[in-house]
Design a protein around this ligand. Structure first.
Ligand SMILES: [Fe+2]
Length: 281
């Protein structure tokens, strides 16, 4: 039996069956192709340990040293363990693409469910390409001309709440090493040429060259537009599930409806290139 990719919704997402990353005959090409087509793929009950998780990540590119880990001295790729609980509520319940406040945000993320809450705690993904394609040609053309300033302000606020004693060091490092960065509002996918909305609610500062009220209005419009469920899929996790998503084609949010239950995930990011827009796509 070959590899199958069963769609989760009409917008994006597919469940992969028929191949295991630990096997010698693991069909990476089929998984990669499914990921390019469906934008996020899921493996049920895979139960990867940390070394296997990292090894699978290497198939997709260079595993990232997460900025916070880098500031704290890490030089090797880092797994980020995100543990929600009574004292550390979920901080990812807003539509975003990861770490867009860097010049070269990640290309992929691999998220492994370590400890699923009894109820709630789903993750939702939105297709940036489907959301773009649903706009009128006039709005597409307008947004394609915009440059957006992203910064780490929203991220630093979350760090300040969660990082305890290390918070001051991290924020100082963020201010020093990660100045605000310009990204296109609409990015061209480097592998398949599709256009997608490049959006991260808490990391967007303003639109370059616009008045504050114009910038606010456009950002609000985009933020509302991507909330349409016809662009979404939603994953109800089981322990050991793995999701791999294309950061260049999707946005995601983690539903914060499991508090105060515990929910633990392990995430690996894969380095990406500088986002760009090409007019002749
Ligand atoms: Fe995220």
């Amino acid at each position: 039996m070959g590899v199958t990719a069963t769609p989760v919704t009409g917008a994006l997402g597919a469940v992969i069956d028929g191949t295991d990353p630990r096997d010698d005959d693991f069909d990476f090409d089929a998984v990669h192709a499914a990921l390019l087509e469906h934008e996020v793929v899921f493996f049920r009950g895979l139960n990867l340990n940390e070394a296997e998780h990292l090894e699978l990540g290497r198939r997709f590119g260079s595993p990232s040293v997460f900025p916070v880990a880098r500031i704290l001295g890490a030089t090797e790729p880092t797994m980020t363990v995100i543990a929600d609980g009574p004292e550390s509520p979920n901080a990812a319940d807003a539509w975003h693409t990861d770490v867009t406040w860097t010049a070269t945000p990640p290309a992929y993320a691999l998220l492994h469910m370590e400890e699923v809450p009894e109820t709630g705690g789903d993750t939702l993904w939105a297709s940036a390409t489907k959301a773009y394609e649903a706009l009128s040609p006039q709005m597409q053309e307008f947004l394609c001309g915009l440059t957006v300033i992203h910064d780490h302000e929203g991220f630093a606020q979350a760090v300040a709440r969660k990082a305890g004693d290390a918070a001051a060091t991290i924020i100082e490092g963020l201010d020093r090493d990660y100045p605000p960065v310009e990204h296109p509002m609409i990015r061209t996918h480097p592998e398949n040429g599709r256009r997608g909305i490049f959006y991260a609610a808490r990391f967007i500062s303003h639109i370059k060259g616009m008045t504050e009220s114009e910038s606010d209005a456009i950002i609000r419009f985009v933020g509302e537009h991507i909330k349409d469920p016809r662009f979404h899929c939603r994953w109800k996790w089981g322990n050991g599930d793995l999701a791999i998503w294309d950061e260049r084609a999707t946005m995601h949010r983690a539903a914060a409806d499991h508090w105060p239950q515990r929910r633990v995930v392990r995430r690996l990011e894969i380095d990406g290139d500088r986002p760009f827009f090409t007019a002749d796509a």
